[in-house]
Design a protein around this ligand. Sequence first.
Ligand SMILES: [Zn+2]
Length: 277
Amino acid sequence: MTAPPTRPGQQAADDLAAVREQWGDLLAAIAEPPRGADWMPYERKGFLDQLAADDRHEDDQALDEATVGRLPLILREHPAPANLPALDAVREVEGEVFDMCDVVAERVQRLARDQHGRWTLGSDPSDPWWHMPTHRDAGPMTIASAGSRVFGLHWAARWLGARALDDAADHDLFAPTPATLVDQIADVARTARRRVEGALGRTARTITLDEPCPFCRTGHITVHNGGGDPRAAVATCSTGPACPAPVETERGRRAWRGPALVDLFTALESRRTATAA
Ligand SMILES: [Zn+2]
C-alpha cells in the first residue's frame, strides 16, 4: 500500500518543481542587464531582445534544453554579471536547497550493498543517493569533492521533492521522511520559489509609471505585471476612451496586453528620447 503524499509534502514538491522550471530563466537573467523596464513581464523582455537584436548569445537557448536527468544546469562563470540581484538569488537558493539535501540525506538515506556485497553509499552517477561534499584532511575547508552538488540545482530540487513526497516504493533506499523534516523541506521550498519568482519579476504587483501616457500625454499608466502569468499582464491609461492609443479599451480604459506591451515600451522610449533632445 502506498500512502498518498501529505499536504506539506505535495506543496514542497510543487514549489521545488516551480523552482526547477524557472531555473534556466534565472540563470539566463544573470547575463541580461536591467533595462529600466522593470514593469515588463520577464517573458516580454525577450521581445525587447529581438528589438535590440544585439546581445543574444547562442548558448542561452541551450540552457533551456539542459533540464533533463542529471545534466547539470549550473551557474556559468560570468566575468561581469549584468544582473546582480539574479546572481544573488541563484547563490542563495542553491545554498539553501543543497544544505537541506545534506540534512535530509543524513536522516533518511539507507546504506546499500554494491554488487560485491560491500556496504556503500554508491559512486555510480546514476545512483539515487544524495552525496555530501567530502573534505580533505589538508585543511578544514578544503573540499575534495562537491558530491551531488556537481549535478546542480535542478537535480537537487528533484531529489528533495521526491523525499518530501516520500513514496513507499523508495523505502528500501530511504527511510520514511519524518513529518517534521517534511515541514522543513516545505519551508525551504516555499522560500526558494518566492526568491526565484521575485528575482524574475513574477510576483504579482501593480505599479504606476512616473512618465505620462505617450499617446495622450496626460494619463497615468498603471501596470499589473500578471504575477507570473504573462497573459494576465496589462497596462492601462487613466484618461479613458479619449486617449488616442491604438489599442482596445477594457472597462473604459485603453489597455495594452501581450505584444502591445512592447509597443507601449517603444512609445515610452521614443517619447523619452524626444524630450531629452
Ligand atoms: Zn493615454
